[in-house]
Design a protein around this ligand. Structure first.
Ligand code: E4P
Length: 221
């Protein structure tokens, strides 16, 4: 399973890129608003900061409701990176979003269909040619459903039907989500940088380091 970082915060993106585990970045309107910056400028900055990742998701804004409006925004977003292939147009899981997805896929543009909460929605997005589908776990857990179970179902359906779309486990909130979606067969987990930090740590690693340091000090005294 690959890691994408789920943020529009440039510092966090750079930190994740620096440690060499990053395959992509996802953003959404809420994450961009949180940074208080212009959307297009931030997408351009992200694309420049992470030249070697496979995908940077830029989501069409909520005022794009029809497929035509989404496609018009996608055309502008693609220009930001001189039509480079790693920009991915993130589209909502609506009928218009699916129509835009099919159109962009035919044009060779990468797409990520977002806000997926059922296996059926994931199937539709895959059939519309989505490069990536993003089922949201945390928000399902929030309403007392089992978010990881959705990834299990989608992974199994895509396997049975030989569907090529990659599953991005989204709305990941904690380390246990990461392990469980990896075991369920998600191709990617998109996670906040804080989760990458959390999963890099273990108290026994810290204790071990402290012991090595103390022993070393004794030996060199
Ligand atoms: C995914 O692409 C979304 O940006 C994200 O994972 C949403 O997560 P949240 O439910 O924590 O807002």
């Amino acid at each position: 399973m690959k890691f994408f970082v789920d943020t529009a915060n440039l510092e966090d993106i750079k930190k994740a890129y620096k440690i060499g585990v990053l395959s992509g970045v996802t953003t959404n309107p809420s994450l961009v608003v949180k940074e208080g910056v212009s959307f297009e400028t931030r997408i351009e900055e992200i694309l420049q900061a992470v030249p070697e990742v496979e995908s940077v998701s830029a989501e069409v804004t909520p005022d794009a409701v029809t497929a035509e409006e989404m496609i018009a925004q996608a055309d502008e977003l693609i220009k930001i990176n001189n039509n480079d292939k790693n920009i991915t147009i993130k589209l909502p899981m609506t009928l218009a979003g699916l129509e835009a997805c099919r159109y962009l896929t035919k044009k060779g543009v990468k797409t990520n269909v977002t806000l997926i909460f059922t296996a059926n929605q994931a199937l539709l997005a895959a059939r519309a040619g989505a490069t990536y589908v993003s089922p949201f776990l945390g928000r399902l857990d929030d309403i007392s459903e089992d978010g990881v179970q959705l990834i299990v179902k989608v992974a199994e359906l895509f396997r049975i039907h030989n569907l090529d779309s990659q599953i991005i486990a989204a709305s990941v909130r904690h380390p246990d989500h990461v392990t469980r979606v990896a075991m369920a067969g998600a191709h990617i987990a998109t996670v906040p940088f804080s989760v990458i930090e959390q999963i890099s740590k273990h108290p026994l690693t810290d204790q071990g380091l402290e012991k090595f340091a103390n022993d070393w000090k004794k030996a060199v005294q």
